[in-house]
Structures are given as structure tokens and as C-alpha cells.
Design a protein around this ligand. Structure first.
Ligand SMILES: Cc1cc2nc3c(=O)[nH]c(=O)nc-3n(C[C@H](O)[C@H](O)[C@H](O)COP(=O)(O)OP(=O)(O)OC[C@H]3O[C@@H](n4cnc5c(N)ncnc54)[C@H](O)[C@@H]3O)c2cc1C
Length: 399
């Protein structure tokens, strides 16, 4: 029997795309989208780019107006935090912090992730960036022209540094590993990133950790384990994200650094998970992977919407893709680059600022990175999907 009521928990990119996908695949039953934020569903990538650099108002990130959601027959419950998931033979119920309950035939978990914080560093002026409220508060802080220290050289940290330099701030970026982004892209590409940031006026300190943040009530300095003291007025911590799974604990799901799903997003009978919170089995990599990227969240959402709407779907094989805009360079990543894979330069050089690199395991392409090389990256994505032999792939990209 077709499900009559779908409840989606998490009203952001992945949740919204499931809701809209259900409608575009002809689903006529009730769709309820529960979210704990007080905004229409909005887009996060521009927060660390256009909004933080001052070219967009935060409201420009809204995907849909309330009227547009209503016109699609999607009930959006804002400011509503789900606190538990109870399942029974025919579906189940999501309970919310305000005491309400939402009965479902199918439930989709799309609660994403939150920025990781460090309790010992909590002071006014120590911030993270995940939400519209975060970017508003950072934008206000930027206007006071603070000396900014960015902790963590991942994508968010690098984009914050980029936006801050765009606004003329004095920026120091601290990364515990030998180079920014090296946890994902390896040291060679990480060094290219460090060069890019330094050329754009960022003081980049690597291979050193944070001892503590000093001040009171606001930030005064950041102390490093090698004894360096960085005078700072603002600290942005970009040390990764934690999947929001706690509320669903007790719902009989398998939680293991995300909600563990099969290759179609199924997490149990009539339960699905999509986006940053989900750890799907990926047949190309023969592993459960959690991907915190926009395109993958969208692709998973469409896949699950089709499945719930009754269309036959096999395993999802889409190869992860992500981009990051930093200091005027579009960095694009496909597949599963990893420091353990062998890095092979396929075209250009990091020094030129434009290049394509491949990551290989057992002689096959498992990932790729490009600096300002969008066309080549589209080809590399297909090479990862087809597990291309690395030598042939380098030749094809050079030709
Ligand atoms: C600043 C920033 C920049 C980014 N830039 C890029 C980029 O350039 N390229 C790229 O590929 N990706 C980028 N990403 C990643 C991309 O935005 C995410 O992959 C995407 O937002 C994931 O969508 P999601 O819906 O799974 O999760 P989220 O966007 O995290 O949404 C989850 C929603 O669920 C809500 N929620 C959580 N718990 C509950 C609960 N118990 N009850 C109700 N609601 C709940 C949350 O408040 C949130 O609204 C960026 C992310 C950030 C934060």
C-alpha cells in the first residue's frame, strides 16, 4: 500500500529535496517537514562565501518562501525540534520538544551535522560557522575589524579566511597537520593551498596545535603548543562537524558516526536517512561513507524520494563531488581522495595555480582534485565511477 504520510526530520537541503522530489515523482500523500531552525530552508555554501564576504544578504540563501512550500503541499514546521523516533509495525511516530507528535508511514532523517566545538575554548568571540545566525554574528564581528585567528585548515576554515581577507582583515590560520586540507587531499595539495593562502596575505601556521584561548570576557589571544601567542580578537573554529543523530537514538537504527544505511538510503523498515547525517553503503568503494557535501545530499534525496514514491531504484552509485571557493580559485574534488592513496599530477602544476591531480589505489583512480579545472574534473568523476587505470587516465587528461 502506498504510504499516506511522510515525515521528514531536518528542513534544510536534503530534507527539502526529499519533500520536493516526492511531489515531482507524483506522490500525493501528506508531506511534513520538521525543522528546528526559524527560517525557510536555506542554502549553506553561500554563508562562507557570498554572505560572509558581504555580497549577499543572508535571506538570499532561502531556497523557498513559505508560500512556495505551501503551494507544493509541503507542511513546514519551523522551530520544532524532534526529540525521539519510535517505530511500530506500520510506521511510527516522531516526538518533538514542544510536546507534539507526528505519526508517519515513512520517516526520512535529514538532520545534518553541527559544527564541532571545544568546551575549553568557549569564550565570547570564539565562533563556528554553520547557520544563518552564525554568519550574522560573524559579519557583525568582521565590521569591527578584528584580528582573526582561524583554527583548522579545512574547507570552512579556508573559506572564512578567504572572506576575511576579502574584507581586509588581519588573518592567521592554524592547522595541526603539516598543511591545510591535507587530511582530505594529502600533503602535496595541502602545500599548494598553503601557498595560495600565503600569497593572499594569510599567516599560515602548520604542524602546531592550540594550547588554549586566553581572554575574559572576550578573546585576547590564542596560545599554541610551540609557545607562540597570537594576539586575536576573534577566533573561528573550523574543526569538522558532528552528525545530529542523538535525537534518533532509541529508534532502533544503527548509529555509527552517522545513521548507517544501505546503498539506497534505507536505515530500517520505512526509515531512510539522507545528507550529512547519513552513512550510506557505496558500492563503488565497497564501504559505508558519510559525505558532507551539497551535491551528494541532493543526489541521495532524489534517490530516496523516488524509492518512497514507489519507483524501482537500485543502489546509488553517484560519485561524491564537492567544490570550495577560496581566494578566487575553484577547488573541486571528486571520489574519495585520501592521504593514503597515491597522488599523481595529471596536468598543470600547483605552482601555476591550475592543475588536476588523481588519487590512485591499487592502480585505479579513486579520486581527483582540480584547481580551476571544471571540465577535466567532470571527466575525472567518470573515471572514478569506472575505476579507470591510473596511467591511462593521466594520458587521457594530458591529451
Ligand atoms: C558554511 C558552509 C559552507 C559549505 N560550503 C560547501 C561547498 O562549497 N560545497 C559543498 O559541496 N558543500 C558545502 N557545504 C556542505 C553542505 O552545505 C552540506 O552538505 C548540506 O548543507 C547538507 O545538507 P543536510 O540537509 O544534510 O544537512 P544540514 O544542512 O546540516 O541541515 C540539517 C537541518 O536539520 C536540523 N536539525 C538538526 N537536528 C534536528 C532535530 N532534532 N529536529 C529538527 N531539526 C533538526 C538542523 O538545524 C538543520 O536545519 C557547506 C556547509 C557549510 C556549513
Amino acid at each position: 500500500m502506498a504510504p499516506r504520510r511522510i515525515v521528514i526530520v531536518g528542513a534544510s537541503l536534503a530534507g527539502l529535496r526529499v519533500a520536493e522530489g516526492l511531489r515531482s515523482h507524483g506522490y500525493l500523500g501528506e508531506v511534513v517537514l520538521i525543522g528546528d531552525e526559524d527560517h525557510p530552508p536555506y542554502d549553506r555554501p553561500p554563508l562562507s562565501k557570498q554572505v560572509l564576504s558581504g555580497t549577499w544578504e543572508p535571506s538570499r540563501t532561502y531556497f523557498r518562501t513559505p508560500d512556495e512550500l505551501a503551494a507544493r503541499g509541503i507542511v513546514h514546521r519551523r522551530r520544532t525540534r524532534a526529540t525521539s523516533l519510535d517505530r511500530d509495525v506500520s510506521g511510527g511516530v516522531v516526538r518533538c520538544a514542544d510536546g507534539t507528535e507526528e505519526r508517519f508511514d515513512h520517516v526520512v532523517v535529514a538532520t545534518g551535522a553541527r559544527a564541532r566545538r571545544v568546551g575549553a575554548w568557549e569564550l565570547p568571540g570564539v565562533q563556528t560557522l554553520r547557520t544563518i545566525e552564525d554568519v550574522r554574528s560573524l559579519t557583525e564581528a568582521f565590521a569591527r575589524r578584528p584580528r582573526l585567528t582561524v583554527v583548522g585548515g579545512g574547507f570552512i576554515g579556508a573559506e572564512v579566511a578567504s572572506a576575511a581577507r576579502h574584507r581586509g582583515l588581519d588573518v592567521t590560520l592554524v592547522e595541526a597537520l603539516p598543511a591545510p586540507l591535507s587530511r582530505v587531499l594529502g600533503t602535496e595539495v595541502g602545500m599548494a593551498c598553503a601557498g595560495l593562502y600565503r600569497r593572499n596575505g594569510v599567516r599560515v601556521l602548520t604542524g602546531v596545535a592550540i594550547e588554549g584561548v586566553q581572554g575574559g570576557p572576550g578573546v585576547e589571544s590564542v596560545d599554541l603548543t610551540d609557545g607562540t601567542r597570537i594576539d586575536s580578537d576573534l577566533v573561528v573554529v573550523g574543526i569538522g562537524a558532528v552528525p545530529n543523530t542523538e535525537w534518533a537514538d532509541g529508534g532502533g537504527l544503527r548509529l555509527d558516526g552517522g545513521i548507517v544505511c544501505d546503498a539506497s538510503g534505507g536505515a530500517g523498515a520505512r526509515v531512510w536517512a539522507v545528507g550529512d547525517v547519513a552513512r550510506w553503503y557505496h558500492p563503488v568503494f565497497d564501504a559505508h561513507i558519510r559525505v558532507e557535501h551539497w551535491t551528494h545530499a541532493t543526489e541521495q534525496a532524489h534517490h530516496v524520494a523516488r524509492a518512497i514514491a514507489g519507483q524501482a531504484v537500485g543502489p546509488m552509485t553517484a560519485i561524491p563531488y564537492a567544490w570550495s571557493d577560496q581566494f578566487g580559485v575553484k577547488i573541486q574534488i571528486v571520489g574519495r581522495p585520501s592521504p593514503d592513496a597515491t597522488f599523481v599530477l595529471a596536468s598543470g602544476t600547483p605552482e601555476q595555480g591550475r592543475f588536476v591531480g588523481l588519487y590512485a589505489a591499487a592502480g585505479r583512480v579513486v579520486g581527483g582534485v582540480g584547481f580551476d579545472q571544471p571540465r577535466a574534473i567532470a571527466r575525472v568523476r567518470r573515471m572514478v565511477a569506472g575505476a579507470a587505470e591510473v596511467g591511462a587516465a593521466v594520458q587521457a587528461l594530458a591529451g
